[in-house]
Design a protein around this ligand. Structure first.
Ligand code: NAP
Length: 450
């Protein structure tokens, strides 16, 4: 359909060098072709042209003092992409690879992900090219305060509600919340992922990982399969990975790998979850330390991975849970997985598979849960945190976990029934993109040209 191609060419011309954003936009726009043909109203209202443009993008300077008293300068970003369904919602990422194109891809994905949850949340994202690795606790605090000293004027409990992402966990949310409260003179639910002691929700920390495993469970159930007793591979060793591993154990599966940007652990007996939590959440050390405590496990540095591949995906498994970062799983990895009998991929990370790997998964008709559907449990539980903050009630762990499981089931059903409606029942990329888009697009039409 030339119309979709024209919009894509326009994007490339007007947003130069934003490669991750083109990748995310191209996948969504390709999926929308059958919808555009069936329902001309979306074209008449120029929804595609409007939805690819953020409502607002904020770029700002963050200057702060390191422990040696030296001035450091970083870039800060917040993209308020689409508010048709509710306040902008999406995490903050602190990582040296952050740039305008990365934030834009994440914000774009977030619109459809948030729509799929069925909750009233719009799409946003933000972050900084600040590298938290090796920084002292005081440096992290000063950076978070400097970052919030600009961001606070753009956000609010009913306007824009950031959360965590790579490099931003409970500690950083605490420092940013403290600064927001001081500057805005308001104690409100402006950030999610808060501590349980002052406004957080049970299960928010666990939600993205738990949700990705629930999503795999529902995909498999539809084919008469379960995760019980099955070997699984997980990449990353951060928030999403740790709680993916926890939920896999709860469902009787055996997660045998985890990784970081330096290498991977393969523990045939199953990853020692308590040790992993201690190393990453308490001691905050590199993953290579794992083998000091479990000498039977194997650590492979990335230089030791077979050339052009991610070592995690060379390990034979029934199901894989990419949970580190974008484009960590390429075509060679996808071929390795399929050749070794993997039948289920559930993406905890955002856009972890390259486009050719995604195409192979879709063609092979295995259970493939794309990130915007499979990892939506985090943002969904953030919205549950907002609901508890607004109503001043607290739900139990079991109540929130049950709501999370139900939301993941609804997302699966919505993506799979939409995929079937458009003639490709196993293609959850198509189903998730169309289902997520349609709700936002209808809201935009009903709300007029604003
Ligand atoms: P995190 O706690 O900071 O952990 C990130 C993990 O990924 C770390 O083990 C990190 O290793 C690894 N990693 C990061 N960049 C990498 C790279 N370039 N190559 C190899 N490994 C890399 O972050 P997270 O919250 O778990 O987020 C992980 C993914 O899930 C991201 O794609 C994020 O957007 C997505 N996600 C998160 C949430 C959430 O609620 N947190 C929700 C939805 C989606 P190092 O320590 O070596 O950097």
């Amino acid at each position: 359909m030339p119309y979709v191609n024209e919009v894509f060419e326009y994007l490339k011309r007007t947003s130069p060098s934003q490669t991750e954003f083109y990748q995310a936009a191209q996948e969504v726009l390709e999926s929308l072709r059958p919808l555009m043909i069936k329902y001309p109203k979306y074209r008449q209202h120029k929804i595609i042209e409007r939805i690819v443009e953020p409502e607002r993008q904020i770029l700002f300077r963050v200057n702060w003092l390191d422990d040696n008293g030296v001035i450091q300068v970083n870039k800060g970003f917040r993209i308020e992409f689409n508010s048709a369904l509710g306040p902008y919602k999406g995490g903050l990422r602190f990582h040296p690879s952050v740039n305008a194109g990365v934030i834009k891809f994440l914000g774009f994905e977030q619109i459809f992900k948030n729509s799929l949850t069925g909750l009233q949340i719009g799409g946003g994202k933000g972050g900084s090219d600040f590298n938290p690795k090796g920084k002292s606790d005081n440096e992290i605090m000063r950076f978070c305060q400097a970052f919030m000293s600009e961001l606070f004027r753009h956000i609010g409990a009913n306007t824009d509600v950031p959360a965590g992402d790579i490099g931003v966990g409970g500690r950083e949310i605490g420092y940013m919340f403290g600064m927001y409260k001081k500057l805005a003179n308001k104690y409100e639910g402006v950030l999610t992922g808060k501590s349980l002691k002052w406004g957080g929700s049970l299960v928010r920390t666990e939600a993205t990982g738990y949700g990705a495993v629930y999503f795999a469970k529902y995909m498999l159930e539809d084919r008469g399969e379960t995760l019980e007793g099955k070997r699984c591979v997980v990449s990353g060793s951060g928030n999403v990975s740790i709680y993916t591993i926890e939920k896999l154990y709860q469902l009787g599966a055996i997660p045998v790998t985890c990784s970081d940007s330096n290498g991977m652990i393969y523990d045939e007996a199953g990853i020692d979850l308590e040790l992993l939590k201690d190393l990453k959440e308490v001691k905050r050390v590199r993953l290579s330390e794992y083998v000091k405590y479990v000498p039977t496990a194997k650590y492979t540095p990335i230089e030791g991975y077979p050339e052009g591949t991610n070592g995690v995906y060379a390990i034979p498994c029934f199901a894989a849970f990419p949970s580190a970062t974008q484009n960590e799983l390429n075509l060679a990895d996808a071929k390795n997985l399929l050749a070794n009998g993997c039948v289920c991929i559930s993406e905890g990370a955002n856009m972890p598979s390259t486009p050719d790997a995604v195409d192979l998964f879709v063609e092979s008709k295995i259970c493939y849960g794309p990130g915007k559907a499979a990892n939506a449990g985090g943002v969904a539980t953030s919205q549950l945190e907002m609901a508890q903050n607004a109503s001043m009630v607290n739900w139990t762990f079991e109540e929130v976990d049950a709501k999370l499981a139900q939301i993941m089931k609804n997302i699966y059903v919505s993506a799979s029934t939409t995929a079937a409606e458009f003639g490709e029942p196993t293609n959850l990329v198509l189903g998730a993109n169309i289902a997520g888009f349609r709700k936002v697009a209808d809201a935009m039409i009903e709300q007029g040209l604003v």
